[in-house]
Design a protein around this ligand. Structure first.
Ligand SMILES: C[S@@+](CC[C@H](N)C(=O)[O-])C[C@H]1O[C@@H](n2cnc3c(N)ncnc32)[C@H](O)[C@@H]1O
Length: 221
C-alpha cells in the first residue's frame, strides 16, 4: 500500500499544481496580486477529482498510441548549465528562458510553498527578469555567460551528428531590446556546433504592448 501510494503521489502533486492558482487568491500564474473570491465549498475537491480523471485518461490514451516497446519517460530536474547524461542523445529540443522576460521562480511561489520545493534554486535561474532591474550590462553579461555554459553542457551530451534545436525570443526591457539570436549562435559556435537552419518571426506581446522577435535555431554536432 505504502509503495503504491509513493508511486502515485507525484501524479497527484502534478494535479494539485494544475489547480493551485485557480483555487487560491493569486490573480494568475504571471501576477502575484491577490484577488479575493468565494467559491462554493468543495470546489477544490471537485476540481482535483476531475483533473485526476483527466490525467489518468490521458495516460491511458498515450499508452495506447505509442508502440508497445516505447521506453518509459524519465524526467530529471537539473541545472541545464551542469547537464551530464550518461548516454549520448540524438536530439536536444529546448526553449530556454527568454532574457529579461519572466521571473519563473517567484511565479511558482505558491507551488513551492505547497509542494515544498528547494528555495536555493533562485540563484540558478537563467535570464531572470529581476536581474535586469539591478543593471542592464551585468544582467546581459551574466545571461550570455549562462547561455554559453548550458550550450556547452548540452553539446557534450549530443551524439556526433546529433541536433540541438533552440526556441528563444528577444528580451524587452525599459533600456531596450535584448537580442537573443547573436549570443545563441555564438554559444553554439563556441561549443563546436554548426548552424543548420534558423527562422525568426515578430510576434505581438500584448502584455507589454510591443512586438517581440522569436527565433528557432537548429545546430548539428
Ligand atoms: C521558456 S520556458 C520553457 C519551458 C518548457 N520548454 C516547457 O514548454 O514547459 C524556460 C524554462 O527554463 C527553466 N529554467 C530556468 N533556469 C534553468 C536552469 N538553470 N536549468 C534548467 N531550466 C531552467 C524555467 O524554469 C522555465 O521553466
Amino acid at each position: 500500500m505504502a509503495e503504491a501510494e509513493a508511486s502515485v503521489r507525484p501524479y497527484l502533486e502534478a494535479v494539485l499544481s494544475t489547480i493551485l492558482i485557480k483555487v487560491s487568491w493569486r490573480k494568475s500564474d504571471t501576477s502575484g496580486k491577490r484577488v479575493k473570491h468565494r467559491r462554493p465549498p468543495g470546489t477544490t475537491s471537485v476540481l482535483f477529482h476531475k483533473k485526476t480523471r483527466e490525467l489518468a485518461r490521458q495516460m491511458i490514451d498515450l499508452r495506447d498510441r505509442v508502440p508497445p516497446d516505447t521506453p518509459e519517460t524519465r524526467l530529471l530536474r537539473r541545472d541545464a548549465r551542469a547537464l551530464a547524461l550518461e548516454a549520448p542523445f540524438d536530439l536536444v529540443l529546448t526553449s530556454p528562458p527568454y532574457p529579461a522576460t519572466y521571473d519563473y521562480l517567484p511565479m511558482q511561489h505558491l507551488r513551492r510553498v505547497w509542494l515544498g520545493d528547494d528555495h536555493r534554486d533562485q540563484e540558478r535561474e537563467l535570464g531572470a527578469r529581476r536581474g535586469w532591474r539591478a543593471g542592464n550590462r551585468q544582467a546581459r553579461a551574466r545571461w550570455e555567460r549562462d547561455t554559453r555554459e548550458w550550450t556547452r553542457a548540452v553539446a557534450r551530451c549530443l551524439a556526433p551528428g546529433g541536433h540541438l534545436v533552440v526556441v528563444i525570443g528577444d528580451g524587452l526591457t525599459p533600456a531596450g531590446e535584448v537580442d537573443a539570436s547573436a549570443p545563441t549562435e555564438a554559444a553554439a559556435k563556441a561549443a563546436d556546433l554548426s548552424a543548420v537552419a534558423r527562422a525568426s518571426l515578430a510576434r505581438p506581446d500584448h502584455a507589454r504592448g510591443s512586438v517581440r522577435w522569436e527565433h528557432v535555431f537548429a545546430f548539428r554536432k
